[in-house]
Ligand binder design. Sequence first.
Ligand SMILES: NC(=O)c1ccc[n+]([C@@H]2O[C@H](COP(=O)([O-])OP(=O)(O)OC[C@H]3O[C@@H](n4cnc5c(N)ncnc54)[C@H](OP(=O)(O)O)[C@@H]3O)[C@@H](O)[C@H]2O)c1
Length: 368
Amino acid sequence: MKVVSLILRAIVDLVFLVFPARFFYGKNRAGFVFLSNPRNIHDLYTKYPFLKHFNESITKRALRYMWPFAVAKVYGLNSLDKKHVSGWIFGISLTAEEILKDKTRARKKIKQAIRLAENYGLRVVGLGGYTSSVTDISEMSKYIDPILTSGSTYTAVVSAESVADIVLKYKKNLENINIAIVGATGSVGKIFTHILLSKNARRVRIFSKTLENLERLHKELIKEHPSKDISYSVDLSNLSSFDLIVLATNAPSALIQAGHLKGGAIVYDISQPKNISQNVVVARPDCFFFEGGLVRQPSSIRYHFDFKLNGGSIFGCMAETMIIAAAEFDKGLVKEGDRAYVELLRDAGFALGFTPYYYELNTHGNPR
Ligand SMILES: NC(=O)c1ccc[n+]([C@@H]2O[C@H](COP(=O)([O-])OP(=O)(O)OC[C@H]3O[C@@H](n4cnc5c(N)ncnc54)[C@H](OP(=O)(O)O)[C@@H]3O)[C@@H](O)[C@H]2O)c1
């Protein structure tokens, strides 16, 4: 049955890629689409189990030629004045690794997905998963009608709030602990670092892969937060002196080794796929590992798509897409990382019923 509905949906969306759906549905539809990609082949098998019957490399090769299509409709999102906001989840069939391996192919599919969203008449397009990592959003926004978002701002907002809450729970104070932010030069990492330094964090070391990016960000941070102790490094084996480690890289597999961590360290992982492997969680029962970048959505929201997240939570980037649509932000307001935009999102998210969410992982990878 799933195979038949998948084929039908894909055919409908192939038609919609060519003919705007507003020919069928009428003009001036509002709403949003959240574009996602499978983290790995297992995500695809979860949604479409019949694919397991085929050879893995043939499946991956065939899916490279698949156009983007709607994988689920989102119900139950209401605007502040209680009007229904329509929404969809679209998928592109490239895994995180394939997107990084062939960025040109990935960008072509992302553009197709945006065209499909435009043809559906949707006003907001959220680039989830790795689709934002390979898209120059501010450049692309100049040429298209819908509002584009990476969702990085709200992800950083809820992550900073969650981290502050976790630190407090362990009776520690952001002001007195050594904090490492890995992937600080990225879209989420940079906004997160700014927000945390604007709270009372004082000793922060930023990490990434590229030294020049770190040097540039370091200068910017020192200028904006002159009273703070901010340093940088590309060497992850330096992590063993930190009380709090926040991970926000786009590395396609786990980065952190068990030997990297100080006893009692708190590790908060925003990355998808995760930067912490289950082996490290098992090997270091003396540390505390948290799944981050998450949001609890209003209970009215429903869709048939399993992001494999706990407790009815969603990714911060999907929440940002929904908030922009439901709060009816104008395109000009949506400025990634902008301070006024950070405040607007936080307030609108709260008013719409979105709240920061995190959970501690046990040794089986489930919530503790
Ligand atoms: N929960 C959510 O809603 C949500 C939302 C958005 C993103 N995310 C996840 O958050 C992560 C970051 O996303 P993003 O959009 O910020 O990515 P991004 O802009 O592409 O930035 C990636 C960052 O990772 C660093 N990096 C890559 N490989 C590294 C390595 N081996 N060692 C150290 N640093 C490394 C990069 O450093 P350089 O480029 O400086 O070398 C850069 O700082 C991704 O995993 C993404 O899936 C989650």
